[in-house]
Design a protein around this ligand. Structure first.
Ligand SMILES: [Zn+2]
Length: 567
C-alpha cells in the first residue's frame, strides 16, 4: 500500500524511538495467548509508551498497541504488550504522545473536493489575512502556468478578527496578477481577481441583471465580488480537470486529509458530481493504492436518474456492500429523492407518496438512507415516512440517518430514537457569526441528542460549508467557540463524547463497528498520533491539535514533516 511522505521514517525515529527485539509481560496478553495458545499471533509492530485513548465502551486508556497485519492484536500496558514481541517485531516508542482512533467523517463531499484538490488552498483555521494571501501566492508558485487557484469554503472573514473586510480586486490582483484566482465564502459569495473576471467574460462595461449580484464600485466597475448565483459567472469558467490529473489530485487530497487525522470518509455526492468522479477512486482502489477508506452513498449523481421509478428500480436491482472496508457503497443520500430537498420546504402529496415508496423499497432491500435536513419541519416529514415504513418493515437495523440535524426539536429527537434512527450531526454552523446566531441561524442540538441517549456521529459536511479538519469540528462541539473565539454554540458536549462521536459512533453509522472506530483487539489498526494530549489541552485549543503520524490498516500512511511539527 502507498504511504504518503514515508521518506520521513528517519524523522519517525527522531520523533518516536524505533527499536527491535523480544520482551516479557501479562494482562490482555493472556487473552491474546489464550485465544491462540497453540500459536499466539506475533505482532509486526508494537507502539509503546503512549497515551492510547482506545475509545472503547469504557473509554479506557492504554500505553501500548500491538499490530499484526492490518489489525490490532492487543492493547494494554507497555510491559504486557512487549511480551508479545519476537525478534522481527518493530517497536515504536511513542514518546508519551497521545493516540486516538482514526477519524471517519460520516458525511463529506470527498469525491468532489478530490477532483481538483491540487488547485485548492484551504483557509480553515487561518486567522491572519496576510497569512491567507501568502498561502494563495505559495500555491500559485507550485502550480503549472495558467492553472487556476481556488479557495472554496470552510472559512469566513470573521476568523481574520479585526481585519475582516471583504477582499478587494486590487488586493487579489496584488496577491496574484495571473493566473485566475477565485475565493468562495461558503455558498454565500465569491471574490475573483481580474484574470478570473476576464475568464468569466466580466469587464468594466459588463451588464448583469441577476440572479444574484455582480458587485460594482461607485464608478460602476466590478469589484470582484459576486453574490449568490452571480458566482456562476466565474465558476462556469473554471477549466475542467484533465483526466490524467485526477489521480494525482486525489493523492494530494488524501495526503492532506491523512495529515488532518482522517483515515476514512463517507462521501455523499453533491452538486455537480457525476459518476466520473468515482472513476479515479475506483482506479486507486483496484490498484491497491487507496490508503483512505472511502465509503460512498448512491444518489442521482451516479447516473441512476432521479425519477421515483428509476430510483425504485435501482434500489431493487443493486445490493448494499455491507462488508467492504476500503472502497464500498452501502447507502443512499444525502438526497435520495430530489423533491425531498425543496427549499422552502414544500412537497406535493404525490411526491410524498413517491418518497414513501422509495423508502419502503430501500428498507425491503436492506439499504441505509442518509437524508439531508436543515429544518425541523423537514425532519418531521422524514419521520412521518420512516414511521409509515417501519410499520410495514421495521427499520431499526438499517440505521437510517438524519443528516445535519440543525434546529431539530426534542420531540423529533425522541421520535427518531424510538425508530432506531441515528443522527449525523455537523459542524457547518461553526462558521456562523454571533450576529447570525442571534438572527436565528440554527445549530445542531448536540447536547440534547446526547442526553436523550440518541446515537449520534459527529462530522462536518465539508469541504465547502465547513472545515474537513476533525479537530476544528471536535473543538467547536466541546468549546462552543467560533474560529474567531466567539461563543456561538450552547449545546456543547464533553470531550469524551465528542471524540467518541467522531470515531466509534461514526463507525456504527457506517455499519463498520466490528472493524473500525476504536483501538481494540481484532479491529483494523487505524489510529492517529497527536502532537499534544487531547484530554488535557484547554478546550479552546483542541482545534489546534495536529496529527504527527497517521496509521491505516497497521501501515504508516502519513508523517508530519519537520516543519509541520515545529510550526
Ligand atoms: Zn452535505
Amino acid at each position: 500500500m502507498k504511504a504518503h511522505r514515508s521518506p520521513a521514517l528517519p524523522l519517525l525515529a527522531a520523533l518516536l524511538c524505533v527499536v527491535c527485539g523480544p520482551f516479557a509481560g501479562r494482562g490482555n496478553v493472556a487473552a491474546a495467548q489464550a485465544a491462540g495458545a497453540a500459536n499466539p499471533a506475533v505482532p509486526d509492530r508494537i507502539f509503546t509508551n503512549g497515551k492510547v485513548l482506545t475509545v472503547d465502551e469504557e473509554f479506557s486508556v492504554a500505553e501500548a498497541i500491538a499490530v499484526a497485519g492490518e489489525r490490532v492484536l492487543a492493547v494494554g500496558s507497555d510491559a504486557e504488550i512487549l511480551t508479545l514481541a519476537d525478534p522481527a517485531t518493530e517497536t515504536i516508542d511513542l514518546a508519551g504522545r497521545t493516540v486516538v482512533p482514526g477519524r471517519m467523517p460520516h458525511h463529506l463531499h470527498f469525491a468532489r473536493a478530490a477532483r481538483d484538490w491540487y488547485r485548492h488552498v484551504r483557509l480553515d483555521g487561518v486567522t491572519s489575512r496576510d497569512a491567507a494571501l501568502a498561502l494563495i501566492a505559495e500555491r500559485a508558485s507550485v502550480l503549472p502556468d495558467g492553472e487556476w487557484v481556488l479557495v472554496i469554503g470552510g472559512w469566513n472573514f470573521a476568523q481574520f478578527g479585526a481585519d475582516a473586510l471583504p477582499f478587494t480586486l486590487a488586493e487579489l490582483d496584488r496577491t496574484l496578477p495571473d493566473p485566475a484566482l477565485y475565493i468562495q465564502e461558503g455558498y454565500r459569495r465569491g471574490f475573483a481577481n481580474s484574470a478570473a473576471l476576464r475568464a468569466g467574460g466580466i469587464g468594466t462595461g459588463s451588464s448583469y441583471d441577476g440572479p444574484g449580484t455582480l458587485v460594482r464600485d461607485a464608478a460602476g466597475n466590478p469589484t470582484g465580488e459576486l453574490v449568490g448565483p452571480a458566482m456562476n459567472l466565474v465558476t462556469a469558467a473554471i477549466p475542467d480537470v484533465p483526466a490524467e490529473v485526477w489521480n494525482a489530485s486525489l493523492d494530494a487530497a488524501i495526503a492532506d486529509m491523512h495529515g488532518m487525522g482522517l483515515t476514512g470518509v463517507y462521501d455523499v455526492g453533491g452538486n455537480g458530481v457525476t459518476p466520473q468522479y468515482y472513476d479515479a477512486l475506483r482506479r486507486a482502489a483496484d490498484a491497491g493504492d487507496l490508503t483512505m477508506r472511502v465509503f460512498y452513498s448512491l444518489n442521482g449523481q451516479h447516473g441512476i436518474g432521479s425519477s421515483a421509478d428509476e430510483i425504485v428500480a435501482a434500489l431493487s436491482s443493486r445490493t448494499p456492500d455491507l462488508t467492504g472496508l476500503r472502497f464500498a457503497q452501502f447507502g443512499w443520500g444525502e438526497t435520495t429523492y430530489p423533491p425531498m430537498r425543496a427549499t422552502p420546504w414544500q412537497i406535493s402529496a404525490e411526491e410524498l407518496a413517491n418518497y414513501e415508496a422509495i423508502a419502503l423499497t430501500a428498507a425491503e432491500h436492506g439499504w441505509q438512507l442518509h437524508e439531508h435536513s436543515l429544518r425541523d419541519v423537514k425532519v418531521r416529514t422524514l419521520l412521518d415516512v420512516f414511521e409509515a415504513v417501519n410499520a410495514v418493515r421495521p427499520i431499526g437495523d438499517l440505521r437510517w440517518t438524519i443528516a445535519h440535524t440543525n434546529g431539530m426539536s426534542p420531540e423529533s429527537i425522541e421520535r427518531a430514537n424510538a425508530l432506531g434512527a441515528v443522527f449525523a450531526a455537523h459542524s457547518s454552523s461553526r462558521l456562523a457569526t454571533p450576529e447570525a446566531i442571534a438572527r436565528g441561524a440554527s445549530t445542531p442540538p448536540f447536547r440534547t441528542i446526547h442526553e436523550s441517549g440518541g446515537t449520534w456521529g459527529l462530522g462536518s459536511d465539508a469541504t465547502t460549508v465547513a472545515s474537513p479538519n476533525p479537530f476544528h469540528n471536535i473543538g467547536w462541539v466541546v468549546s462552543g467557540l467560533s474560529p474567531a473565539g466567539e461563543p456561538i454554540l450552547s449545546e456543547t458536549v464533553p470531550r469524551e463524547a465528542a471524540l467518541t462521536a467522531h470515531t466509534r459512533t461514526n463507525a456504527w453509522l457506517l455499519l463498520r463497528e466490528d472493524d473500525l472506530g476504536s483501538i481494540e483487539a481484532g479491529k483494523l489498526a487505524d489510529f492517529v498520533v497527536l502532537d499534544r494530549d487531547y484530554m488535557s489541552v484547554p478546550e479552546d485549543e483542541i482545534k489546534d491539535l495536529r496529527a504527527v503520524m497517521t496509521v491505516v490498516g497497521g501501515a504508516v500512511v502519513w508523517m508530519a514533516t519537520e516543519r509541520e511539527t515545529s510550526e
